[in-house]
Design a protein around this ligand. Structure first.
Ligand code: C5P
Length: 248
């Protein structure tokens, strides 16, 4: 079932779910984190919170509660500017930052990362084949993901953001080395894919080789976000057990 060894046993199973705190401000973020309690140990804070002005206050608040933080800021600029931004962020306590760029941009980011993990965005999970055509890119999504992933890994990134549809191909191509973080995850049988196009279930993402899954709206918008998160945690635990026993 898997194209690689048991997915990185060093990651505690409950840290494999990263919840996207795509909310308008610190109060809404804190309320959701309190509601989710110990069901969630890892949060992604991104552009909406950055623009709201409470970003670093919230990052410190999460770290003080022993939560891990993924800074999804998708840096994309000339290499010198990206290097400077990564240098500023490194040491603030986040585990990961996203960088969107070519070889020189990823190299610049990696050169300043300290203990911050650089995750290269391959192709956004909201982008499908027709969107690539619109951008003038005559490639299949998976081929472009693989090409961008190969270059990013060679340039020194620690991991990749990729949909669950491409995780297995990335593992086959790149082995166990790079960490794979997969957004665009939806529970089996759900119709609500929102603006995502390349979606998979938590089980499929992990079985394909993802180390972490990112989920936002399916948890935030659930009647009980905490129950929704616990259901995903159970699916993660069962999937990991299944992978482990299939390898024995
Ligand atoms: O609500 P949903 O589960 O679709 O949220 C997915 C999160 O992952 C969003 O915060 C989005 O910005 C992020 N993301 C993504 N696709 C990428 C990179 C990040 O959906 N390629």
């Amino acid at each position: 079932m898997t194209a690689h060894a048991f997915p990185r046993p060093s990651i505690p199973p409950r840290q494999r779910l990263i919840v996207a705190l795509d909310v308008p401000g610190a109060e809404a973020a804190r309320a959701l984190v309190r509601e989710l309690g110990d069901a969630v140990e890892f949060y992604k804070i991104g552009l909406e919170l950055m623009a709201s002005g409470c970003y670093f206050e919230l990052l410190d608040w999460l770290l003080a509660r022993d939560k891990r933080v993924f800074a999804d800021l998708k840096f994309h600029d000339i290499p010198a500017t990206v290097a400077a931004a990564v240098r500023q962020l490194a040491g603030r306590g986040a585990s990961f930052v996203t960088v969107h760029g070519d070889r020189a941009i990823i190299e610049a980011a990696a050169s300043q990362k300290g203990s911050l993990g650089i995750l290269a965005v391959t192709v956004l999970t909201s982008i499908g084949r027709e969107d690539l055509r619109d951008m003038g890119i005559a490639m299949e999504v998976e081929d472009l993901v693989l090409q961008r992933a190969r270059i990013s890994v060679a340039a020194g990134c620690d991991g990749l953001i990729a949909s669950g549809l491409e995780a297995a191909a990335l593992r086959t191509e790149l082995g166990a080395g790079p960490c794979i973080v997969t957004p665009g995850v939806r529970a089996a049988g759900t119709d609500a894919v929102h603006d995502q196009k390349r979606v998979v279930t938590p089980a499929r993402a992990l079985a394909g080789g993802a180390d972490y899954i990112v989920m936002g709206r399916p948890i935030r918008g659930a009647p009980s976000p905490r129950q929704a998160a616990e259901a995903v945690q159970s699916e993660i635990a069962a999937t990991l057990q299944g992978i482990e026993s299939s390898q024995q």
